[in-house]
Design a binder for this molecule. Structure first.
Ligand code: CS2
Length: 505
């Protein structure tokens, strides 16, 4: 951070900015770490140093350190980008968290990060961080697509870039799975206890999935290691929730105004935050429970609720809203017909869930609409729309299959799939072209080119993308017919006509 020193004026009278190396001088009203940062050691390595981690797990850890201390500061590893790593390291890993809601914005300085490593530039430092005996937890937020684990089989995908590279060069891994297995092998060799692996991405039963992928990968490298991992390493599942838009110049401007410092690593988020964690840590953990995290035996029901209601509605909104020409979530939420569509979707998604003690799904849905409406958060629909092939399986397809099996109405899920297909056409209803940001963008583009705008052939082409739609769904003729019908209306009469035809009058 760079302090604008009022007292330090240059000869020409302009304010001079100087680099901040401590918390001294932060403007009053800004919460700063209440613990002595330098006295606390580093016990967590986090892979995936994006805004979400810094707005969520790092904040819980900051609170836990303030309440009960412990050697639990975080060394962050960024797999690809170097920009945020450099920004953080130039600021003693301090950064501003802006919380925005309808009452205004509050700034807080987070102190739980202890350093940042760009793995692509400094792979040795990344490996050393993971191998240190002091590292007792390795957590991850690397996005759904970066794991390279098949959701259905739990095996690693050999054609996935990072997996393919790492299987060929297991001692120089570039992906998260390869790095974790390499570090665990090294610890086993040296007689160092393994760390707990904590997946914090929006994947169903994320701990279980990562465990399966890690063991499968390890088996290909060393069968004994795979058995050791299966016996000794814990992979708690978690549900994480906090809406965190990409930071921009406005974030940095507000951070500067509120704290008095320039901060190239400032981020912004909403006030709401939730973390549900399975409490199976083999070498301890920070006092996250004192920071508001809910420690449970089984996270799956919470995970399903969040993935199907929040994330499912988010994806539906991103595709319909983007095609209609809206830019941000809050803008689309001004549209009463879109709100009715989201409410309908959430009610049907809730109908696929088992009841959860102390949780009322109707209230949850109501609160979600309020969070989406938050006028202070500019959450771009395009950010949510990306990586649809990675997100739809758990958000839309899984509940669709369950509804169909139960003989229920799965029409809302057909609508959401049709909206994604319409989005794949790459042009809004106002004629604006956009890129499809998805790991399978090439295949989608090929399917689109070959089929023009005929709903049936477009849908058939996308249903045929290998491994995307589970067979059970591809073969559900009636449901598939509904997708085509909805897509036909979306293409022929427009998204609004399609929405109006499904929402209650
Ligand atoms: C969003 C999520 O981008 C997306 O796909 O649905 O990032 C969502 O904002 C978070 O899961 C909220 O916790």
């Amino acid at each position: 951070m760079t302090r604008v020193k009022d007292e330090a004026r240059s000869g020409r009278g302009a304010a001079i900015s100087t680099r901040l190396t401590s918390l001294e001088g932060v403007l009053s009203g800004v919460q700063t770490p209440s613990y002595a940062r330098d006295e606390l050691g580093t016990g967590i390595v986090h892979i995936g140093l994006g805004a979400f981690h810094r707005a969520h797990q790092a904040v819980y850890t900051d609170d836990a350190l303030a309440r009960s201390g412990g050697d639990w500061r975080i060394a962050g590893i960024s797999l690809r980008s170097t920009e945020q790593v450099d920004a953080l390291n130039a600021q003693q890993s301090l950064y501003t968290l802006l919380v925005r809601d309808e009452h205004g914005k509050r700034a807080r300085i987070i102190g739980s990060l202890a350093g940042a490593i760009a793995a692509a530039r400094d792979p040795v430092a990344a490996r050393q961080a993971l191998e240190r005996p002091q590292t007792r937890i390795v957590s991850l937020t690397i996005t759904e697509k970066a794991y390279g684990i098949d959701r259905l089989t739990g095996r690693v995908i050999e054609t996935h870039d990072a997996i393919c590279h790492d299987l060929a060069h297991p001692d120089e891994p570039v992906g998260a799975v390869g790095m974790i297995v390499h570090a665990l092998a090294c610890r086993r060799r040296k007689g160092i206890a393994p760390f707990t692996v904590l997946c914090c991405d929006n994947l169903p039963e994320n701990g279980r999935l990562l465990r399966a992928g890690v063991i499968d990968y390890a088996r290909r490298v060393d069968a004994g290691l795979a058995r050791w991992i299966a016996d000794e390493v814990s992979f708690p599942s978690t549900m994480v929730d906090r809406i965190t838009p990409a930071a921009d110049a406005g974030t940095r401007r507000d951070a500067h105004r509120l704290t008095g410092f320039e901060d190239a690593a400032a981020i912004e988020t909403e006030a709401f935050s939730q973390w549900v964690i399975e409490d199976t840590f083999t070498s301890g953990r920070p006092a996250w429970h004192l920071a508001g995290a809910l420690m449970v035996d089984d996270v799956a029901p919470y995970e399903r609720m969040k993935l199907r209601m929040l994330n499912g509605a988010h994806s539906l909104l991103a595709y319909t809203g983007h095609v209609m020409g809206f830019r941000y979530v809050r803008d689309a939420l001004q549209d009463t017909e879109i709100v009715s569509l989201l409410q309908l979707h959430m009610a049907h998604a809730a109908a696929t869930l088992n009841p959860l003690a102390n949780l009322d799904f109707t209230q949850y849905a109501f609160d979600l609409i309020a969070r989406f409406r938050n006028p202070a958060i500019a959450h771009a629909l395009s950010q949510i729309a990306m990586d649809g092939t990675e997100k739809l399986p758990q958000r839309i397809m899984a509940p669709a299959i369950e509804r169909i099996r139960a003989g229920g109405d799965a029409g809302v899920f057909a609508f959401a799939v049709a909206a994604w297909m319409r989005y794949c056409m790459g042009v809004t209803e106002t004629g604006q072209r956009y890129e499809i940001n998805d790991p399978r963008a090439q295949e989608i583009a090929t399917a689109m080119r070959a089929n023009n705008s005929d709903a049936l052939s477009l849908a058939d082409a996308l249903f045929s993308l290998p491994g995307l739609f589970p067979d059970e769904l591809r073969q559900a003729a009636v449901w598939r017919g509904e997708v085509v019908l909805q897509l036909k209306t979306m293409i022929g009469s427009g998204m609004r006509a399609a929405i109006v035809a499904v929402i209650p009058t």
